[in-house]
Structures are given as C-alpha cells and as structure tokens.
Design a protein around this ligand. Structure first.
Ligand SMILES: *Cc1c(COP(=O)(O)O)cnc(C)c1O
Length: 458
C-alpha cells in the first residue's frame, strides 16, 4: 500500500498537529485540577482512542459492566483506598487492581522514595553494580520464610513465573511440571502453560511440553500423579501452585494440603514453586500466604503489590541450592528493566510500610471484620449467595448464577464501589481492597452490598 505523503514524518502539517496534540496531553498530565470541558475532552479522546487505536473490544466490555451514562467512566486520580473518574466521582477500590494496592494508592512513603530516586537516577547502566538491587535482595532474604535467599527481579507477575520456570529447568533434568485446575500464572507462552483456563490457552497450543493440570486441593490426585509420572519415567521436576487461588475465585486449599504437597515434593525430589503474585505482601494476614500453612517453597514468585502500586515490579526468590545454577552465567536469564532503581526504591518503601504499619496483621483483623459483615448481609439471601469465603483481605463472594454476581458488581459500581466481577466471570466477585482500608470504608461497602443484594433478583 502506498504511504499517504501527508502522513509522513517531516511533513509540516502532520507533524505540527502531532506536536500540538502532545502538548495538550502533557499540559493535562501536569494539571492539579481539570475543568469540566477538559474532562469532556479526555472522555471523548479516551473512547475514540480505545475504538481506533487500542482495542474496541474494551468499549463493548465496559458497556456491559456499567449503566448507560457511566459507560465511559474514565479514571483520572487516586489516593488511599479510593480513585476518582475524570468527572470527580469517587469510588472505593475493592478490586485493588486485583491486589496491587496493598499499601493503598500512592502511599506517601512509596511516592517519596520513588521521587527521591528519580531525582538522582531513574534506570541503571546495565553494566556497573546497582546498589538498591543488592539491598532489596537482602531485605527479601530477611522477610521471606525458610532459606529463601537469592532474588531475581522482574517487571510483572508473568515474568516472575517465567523466571521460576527457567530456574526449575536450569536446576532439574526433569521436564514434568504439575499445575492445577483454576490456576492463574500469567499469559506469556511459558506462564500460560501453567495457567488453567482453556479459553486463554486453546489458541496458543501446544505450550511448553510436560505440564499436567490436576484439581487444586486434591492431595490423592497429587500423590497418584507423582507415582504415575515416576513409573513412566517422566519424573516431576516441580509443582507450581498459588497457595490460595485468586483468579480462580478465591479458593483456599484444605488445611493440610500445602504441607502434604511439600512432603511429596521432598519424597520425590521435586521443587515446590509458590506463585504468591496475588497472595504475597501481606494480603492474607501474613507477609506471605505460605506462612499461614507453615510451608516454605523452593521458589517464591512475587509481583502485583510488590511495587507498592506505584511502579511495576516483581521478584522471584529462591534457595541457594536452586538459584546457584545461575551463578556460572548470570546472563542465562535477564531483563533490561527488572530490578531497576525506581522499582527497587518502590519495593523497599513498600516493605517498610508493610512492616511499620503492621499491615499483614491489620489485613487479618480487617478481613475478619469484613468477612463477618458481608456474611451477615447474605443471611436470608441463600437463594442468591452460595458462599462468602476468604482470608485476610482476599475475599470472594460466590453466587449461584453468573448473572446475579454481574448485576451486583454493576450496581455496586453505580454506588461508587469497584469490585472484581465481569460479564465473563461474575460467579465469584472478588474483594481485594488496600490493606489500609478503614472501618468506615468497609462499613460503606457492607451497607452498599446489603442495599444492592436486596434489590437483586435470584
Ligand atoms: C496476576 C497474576 C499473575 C500475572 O501477573 P502480571 O503482573 O499480570 O503479569 C501471575 N500469577 C498470579 C497468581 C496472579 O494473580
């Protein structure tokens, strides 16, 4: 196809227009307050941009989640437990970016550390030794359980799982990896191999060979799979698990499950990998969910809340025994941005906030209050609500029908509360607010849940 000459760079008109547009956008970014006209312009540009240049599918999706006028709810600012749309409407964030905002939105200690670091150096040379990486790794050795010691830093949960899989493969000659049904580990070709949902996997098959999915929580099946794999000469290299499944709908394991899986791994010489991308950093009432069950993995994957909801950041922490396969050549697995100074500053400040404000303990206490409140509201609505479960501030409300969950999450959104529940997956709506959420905010969520539940038909 011929290039439209008026659209080539260097063409005065085209380039001037682009520059003017960029200026308008940057002006907006720098503004503390925006006017009604600016809000209208932002909304129009956002909707158009999604339709023409991002993905029109999101507009259809958003339309089904919100009522008419709010279809174009566009987020603009955030603080504490809340965020605001461009029109100034405030929402309590009970979705928390699926567990990003453990220390709240833009915690001042985290933004300060990032701003301080930004004023000195943002990214690293990639060649010299960068100090914050070393310091963060040391802090991680201290706060993670057992003999977890060495850290590799990433930019996302998917990358943490990807790095964990490569560590398993570097360490072990074996190729079988056991994962579970309803698991979510990410969507890159490697991590997707561990993810369970058929809809997300099918177009990309075959994925990494050697993965087997078995039902989460079923220790007999786990034992049989270990036995069978050994018998046929395809010994298990590793078991990959979320200690508590998040995306799968807040599924807690039977109390003894993780300890028994650990025993099987030890018996058969397999590694245990915990994906704590969602459960980690205080979410479940402990710094890491594995501590709830007294089980230490060989490899621990972190991300989501790791960067304090300010900078994307993740880590995979492993024992020396496992990690040492990367000692001879540290370039066997690398990433340009993983562990950059801004991300490390954010993660260090995040851990400081978690420890100083004792947020794991607070999550436990608030979670108990929240869970009790929601359960009380559901009494007498057993025709709609099947179960409310969770631990810490990782709570799931399961409905008998998808449609009920969908109606409820939609109605809650209209009342200024964001929960995780979509048209595609509303059978269980997830509540994962900042661990700093106040009692008043929880009370408002509980009262709103009461109001919308009473109005919703079974
Ligand atoms: C979100 C999530 C991931 C993927 O993390 P991204 O940052 O989206 O790549 C992996 N594992 C678990 C358990 C998650 O919840």
């Amino acid at each position: 196809m011929a290039i439209d000459p008026s659209k080539m760079s260097g063409q005065p008109g085209y380039e001037e227009e682009t520059k003017a547009y960029i200026k308008q956008v940057l002006d907006l970014v720098s503004k503390k307050e925006i006017t009604k006209e600016e809000a209208a312009w932002i909304t129009k540009e956002t909707v158009e941009g999604f339709r023409e240049n991002v993905n029109p599918g999101f507009l259809e999706y958003r339309k089904t989640v919100t009522q008419g006028g709010q279809f174009a709810a566009v987020e603009w600012s955030d603080e504490g437990s809340c965020f605001k749309d461009v029109n100034g409407k405030e929402y309590i964030d009970c979705l928390g970016g699926f567990g990003i905002y453990n220390v709240g939105h833009r915690h001042p200690k985290v933004t300060k550390a990032v701003e301080d670091q930004l004023r000195r150096q943002a990214l690293h040379s990639q060649d010299l030794l960068d100090p914050l990486r070393a310091m963060l790794a040391k802090i991680l050795e201290r706060i993670t359980p057992g003999d977890l010691k060495y850290s590799f830093f990433t930019n996302s949960g998917t990358e943490s799982v990807e790095a964990a899989l490569k560590l398993v493969k570097m360490y072990s000659e074996r190729t079988t990896i056991i994962s579970t049904t309803r698991a979510f580990h990410g969507k890159s070709l490697g991590s997707l191999s561990g993810t369970a949902k058929g809809m997300f996997r099918k177009p990309f098959l075959p994925l990494i060979p050697g993965f087997r999915h078995i039902p989460f929580g079923d220790i007999d099946m786990m034992r049989k799979t270990f036995e069978t794999c050994a018998l046929v000469g395809e010994d298990v290299a590793a078991v990959l698990l979320e200690p508590i499944q998040g995306e799968g709908g807040i599924i807690l394991p039977p109390p003894d499950y993780l300890r028994q899986v650990r025993e099987l791994c030890d018996q058969y010489g397999a590694l245990l990998v915990f994906d704590e991308v969602q459960t980690g950093m205080g979410r479940t009432g402990k710094m890491f969910a594995c501590e709830l069950y007294g089980v230490v993995p060989d490899i621990l994957c972190l991300a989501k809340a790791f960067g304090g909801g300010v900078i994307p950041a993740g880590a995979v922490v492993a024992t020396e025994e496992v990690f040492q396969s990367l000692f001879p050549n540290p370039f066997m697995h690398t990433t340009t941005f993983g562990g950059n100074p801004l991300a490390c500053a954010a993660a260090i400040a995040t851990i400081d906030v978690l420890l100083e404000e004792e947020l794991p303990a607070r999550a436990e206490e608030s979670g108990r209050y929240f869970l009790a409140g929601l359960r009380q509201v559901a009494e007498g609505h057993e025709d709609k609500v099947m179960e409310i479960r969770g631990i810490g501030l990782m709570i799931g409300i399961e409905f008998h029908r998808d449609e009920v969950g969908y109606e409820i999450s939609k109605a809650m959104f209209d009342e200024g509360i964001l929960v995780a529940g979509t048209l595609i997956n509303s059978k269980t709506i997830r509540i994962e607010p900042p661990l700093t959420i106040s009692k008043e905010e929880m009370d408002r969520v509980i009262a709103t849940f009461r109001k919308v539940l009473e109005k919703t038909k079974a």
